[in-house]
Design a protein around this ligand. Sequence first.
Ligand SMILES: Nc1ncnc2c1ncn2[C@@H]1O[C@H](COP(=O)(O)OP(=O)(O)OP(=O)(O)O)[C@@H](O)[C@H]1O
Length: 931
Amino acid sequence: MDDLQLNIQIGKKVKPKSFTAKNAENAGEYKFVPKPQFAGKTIARKRPQHLVGKNIKLDAPQSKVPKLSVPDKNSTSLDKRLQDLSENKGKYQGKDYQDLNDELQVKQKSKSGTWISSLFKNNPEVPKIGQRAVKPLVEKVFAGKTFTDLNIHPHSVANLQQNLGLKELMTVQQKAIPVILQGRDVLIRSQTGSGKTLAYALPVIEGLQAIRPKINRHDGIRTVVVVPTRELAVQTYELFVKLVKPFTWLVPGLLSGGQKRKAEKARLRKGLNILIGTPGRINDHLRHTQSLNFAKTGCLILDEADRLLDMGYEKDVAAIVKAIEDHKKASTYNPLALMKQNMKQNTDDISEPQVPSEQETESDIKHKLTEVFLSKERQTILLSATLTKAVENLAGITMADPVFVDTSEGRAVVADSLKDKNVVNNKMLEKIKEENKPKPENSPVEESEINHNKTCDEKKVDKRKGLVEFSGQNHRDLFDIKAESTPMANNTEDSDSDSDYEYFKVQKQLESKKPAIVEVKVEDKEEPATDNKESIFHKAVKSAIVEDELVLPASVNQTFLIVPMKLRLVTLCSLIIEHCVLNKKGGKMIVFMATLEMVDYHSELIESVLTGDKVKVKKKNGQGKKAVGTKRKADDDNNESDSNSSDSDYKVDYNNQEEGGLVPVDLEMFSLHGSMPHEQRMEVFKQFRAARNGVLICTDVAARGLDVPRVDLVLQYCAPASATDYVHRVGRTGRAAQVGAAVMFLLPSEAEFVRHLEQKRIRLRQSDESKVLEPLRSVAPTAANAARAAIAVQSKLEYTAHSSKEWLARASRAYTSWVRFYSGYPREVRQWLDAKQLHLGHAAKAFALRDTPAVLARRVKNLPNMKEKPTNRLTVHIDEEKKRPGFPRMKIGGYGSNVTKKQCSMHTASEYDSGLPPLEQVQKQKKRKNK
Ligand SMILES: Nc1ncnc2c1ncn2[C@@H]1O[C@H](COP(=O)(O)OP(=O)(O)OP(=O)(O)O)[C@@H](O)[C@H]1O
């Protein structure tokens, strides 16, 4: 790339000053210091502020440091202070100095109006890392069957067709719904966007509607659905509302937090049958709302189970499980009910209208699940596209004789814990009895689906409920099929070509070695009970976790783009323009960033620069925000008071492109993160769902479960904290077999992260970066080439970021939060996402900043609101824990380990706060050190 230097004038025409590129560039270099400390310490050789943009020989003696330009005739007291500041820098330390320095920044830039960019200098080379022949795991999305094939109420089928437009069953629905209707505990793993929500919601409605006499809203909470985020709770609640349309007596309800507790209490008092909520809020009501009672809860569903556990919600989840058990136990001891039961046994006359007669049970109750709802039992369903050890452990604690449903091809498995040999031996009598019984008409799985050699011994009996066992395909690893049976990333050779042809050639070779679906023979060996403690369920889950192979929809085209640090921001602008502006069909994209500060800053900056609208800079705690729930729009009228008075002189005339202005584009920007006020968060979510096109910039709070229609591009601006996070982010596109694209930005130093993903059988292609800036020419038509257009855009970004103290503060805060986030990547990925490899000066450029890292850190440190503690905590704190009698800590899996603790805090940091440790903690640590 050419070494480009361009003087761009903004607002005023100023004669370009002589500028020695070499000097200026070298002056802009910062010496690298391995461990960045962002506590205001100087971590890099600082370039004196007053040298910026001036033709100064840096090797001149220090005593001859040139002064600021001599104040003009209209010199103000501020000018004098600035001059004093530059001459006597040493005597100003701390906040005051920083204040003056910021004023200097803003004022200097307004005066000169000239911007010098070195975007294309000293960038590291972009490595071409090629693509390895990875055979991705795939899942068949649709099962080729219809809802009428399920044994469910015809009104439900009609409702699905007419109101939801759904006819064909998805694979996970076809496999899981019959098992759930049997009342079995189920763990479901299926790829993103594969219809898991309907897979559990539909049978739950089916089980509840069949209860006779019909239940009503006062009849208690029969089902509890726990999800990790508010948006997902709303989305799930909306699906339930649609599904209960034919069964008006069933009432779903939502407890998602952020709303007034009083209103939620009233809703609970009014009564509901299906409760959907976030764990924190449900627990809050368990503590404070008497009317919340789980005595009649027959079904507990934990959606995104792995996320619920790694977000630090594990205690809340454990408390909900405990509360259900306690409430059910408490209700069991009912002397009146016991007396009634005794009376019933002693008399033939069954006069109790609430309990269905034997005859009724036989004829009306089609599904075991309805019986579960009528009994004291509890069914538990865990779901996720990805599994972790913690989920396995939770399954061990909360489930009885569970079934594991995994829908990925080649290992499609329905592993039933009751397939255990010793269970069969112990239940031989029952088995014979069951085998002699005629098979139910609507057997959950048809013979044709079972892809292994079924023997008589496999037709097992449900230990708990005496049902004919659900059969399915075997998991290859359960039967000692070694890893080489399927091609893995590890075993594959490098393929330099990234063409699909090359890829498929290698694939074909690999495929020819082994069949796609492994046929497995089950040996009929009798094993002593002691040697066979682990059930098939546990073996299958364990092997799925150990393999740690991830599945993504095959309809998503996954690529990565290696972008040098300084070019990241302009490249992002370019992709947004290409996808949402130049794309005639209109595109809808989601951009994932690491921290909420980044989300706020980038969405406002990009909107301001590309649309030409002045975005009012938000202050903390919602001050200065636009009307709640509205997409940010130009608000020039209200903007005067917020911007620095000197800005008004330097308004860019967008119509006069000779002045270096950009052509404004029509673009809808949305932003979403966990610290937004509830109403705003919900409104943004709803508006983005309804929008035909636009950009949503968000944290990982939007990575799980969200089902936004027509999202055709997911861009990971910051690398994910794990391969699992990668999967869920990408999963926001290509849902329900729709076509989608996913791009991940990587720094040259991060390129090998792709290999880590390939190990998990994720296949990505490297995008060609040479043309990526081309779309910027549409907003800077006077630029001679794409690189010059990029410089024009970068200049405008920098100009905006330095146009007021508020902008500067926000930019610096975003930058600092990102650096902190970066140094907190979990150990497992740190070898590829290594903070030591960062060039912090270049990173500042990616935030449209021109200061040295030390200045940025000092500015952030001195911001008054940085002393506030993060408000949107997710975890239950020890004090709150103590206040919760009857909810003892439940230890789940390896959650005591340091690694997972680090991960938890990391995830929380990424979504809900700046990643800064709470200040109290830091102060305590300091005090300890001083002692
Ligand atoms: N049988 C079906 N036919 C067509 N579309 C369906 C069907 N079932 C569900 N869908 C649609 O598929 C989309 C994805 O469903 P859902 O949100 O339940 O996926 P998911 O597996 O829970 O994804 P994630 O793992 O990301 O949470 C939704 O838009 C839903 O309406």
